[in-house]
Design a binder for this molecule. Structure first.
Ligand code: PMV
Length: 315
């Protein structure tokens, strides 16, 4: 039997991170230049239930039953098996590879879960529909995030730009004029859960102030949607700047992120902001037409460990 494989892209949050946890709208888009992949190979010679997991990117090679239940890989396998009513997997090797930087706000955890759940369900002969893959990936996200909004698993499962409200039906964005975004990585690992906890503590200490900031972020996302769907992506720059200012007030930026944001603007970006949980990880910039390479070079010169160029388009 040939190996079964499935992949899932990375993602960026274009507007509304953190506020989305508090039921304000946000916009996210897939980033297909990076991806996670799960490859499953049957091992008929091995004893039933003998499942080997290899994830060379994080130095992991072990038997599935040696992983703690709360390990995201074990949790994704368990969720897929429960969904399909499979008590014991046929003997196999599961190999996970990914080009998505870890703990950087690009959705690496959700992408691994989506790829693994998809590959496993195909391996078991019953490929799951997107809706179920999304629900199971969300379950896995709750183990390491606590209170995820669900935006990461949604945009990654459907591979389409979304206008996202927590606990509401998914709305895909129309993007009549595709546009380019440059992503700059500070190289500083920043687990999302820590940033989300910090915002929660600040909100609990001063709810009116934080509710106002979340409202402003929600309004920015709403305006961005109108400009995007109206075919005016260049008009998003000032909204990105405004969103970054709100994220600074929320306390989730960092000197490194601010430096990259400033460098992008100085090199001809129409706007720039941190993207994802913040306090490290990635920022994004909207280059003026013809300035993409210049913005990417300026980010590298300002200390970005890596830059990616991605195109945002929609249904
Ligand atoms: O996974 P990250 O770092 O892109 O963060 C997700 C966005 C947050 O709004 C900060 C958290 C969430 O669950 O929506």
């Amino acid at each position: 039997m040939p190996a079964i494989s499935a992949s899932a892209p990375g993602k960026i949050i274009v507007f509304g991170e953190h506020a989305v946890v508090y039921h304000r709208p946000a916009i996210a888009a897939p980033v297909s230049v990076v991806a996670a992949r799960a490859i499953i190979r049957a091992e008929p010679g091995r004893f039933p239930g003998g499942v080997r997991i290899q994830a060379p990117g994080i130095g992991l090679e072990t038997e599935l039953d040696q992983l703690p239940q709360a390990h995201p890989l074990a949790a994704a396998v368990a969720a897929a098996c429960r969904e399909l009513g499979v008590a014991r997997l046929p003997a196999c090797t599961i190999r996970i590879t990914s080009t998505i930087p870890v703990a950087a706000g690009l959705g690496s955890g959700a992408a691994v879960s989506v790829a693994l759940i998809r590959a496993l369900s195909s391996f078991l002969g019953r490929p799951l529909p997107d809706e179920r893959v999304n629900a199971l990936a969300y379950e896995v996200e709750t183990i390491h995030h606590g209170t995820p909004s669900g935006i990461d698993n949604t945009v990654i499962t459907y591979r389409r730009a979304v206008y996202f409200f927590r606990d509401r039906p998914i709305e895909f964005l129309q993007v009549p004029r595709p546009f380019t975004i440059v992503i700059g990585d500070t190289g500083i690992a920043s687990p999302t859960a820590a940033a989300v906890t910090r915002v929660r503590q600040s909100w609990q200490a001063d709810p009116p102030r934080y509710e106002r900031l979340f409202d402003r972020a929600g309004q920015v996302a709403e305006q961005a949607r109108r400009r995007l769907e109206g075919g005016e992506p260049q008009a998003l720059g000032s909204l990105m700047d405004e969103n970054h200012a709100i994220l600074c007030e929320l306390g989730v930026s960092s000197p490194e992120l601010d430096r990259l944001v400033a460098a992008a603007r100085a090199a001809g970006a129409l706007g720039a902001k941190l993207s994802g949980g913040g306090r490290g990880g990635n920022m994004i910039a909207l280059p003026a037409p013809g300035r993409t390479e210049e913005v990417a070079r300026a980010l590298a010169a300002a200390g970005a460990r890596r830059t990616l160029i991605t195109e945002i388009h929609g249904a």
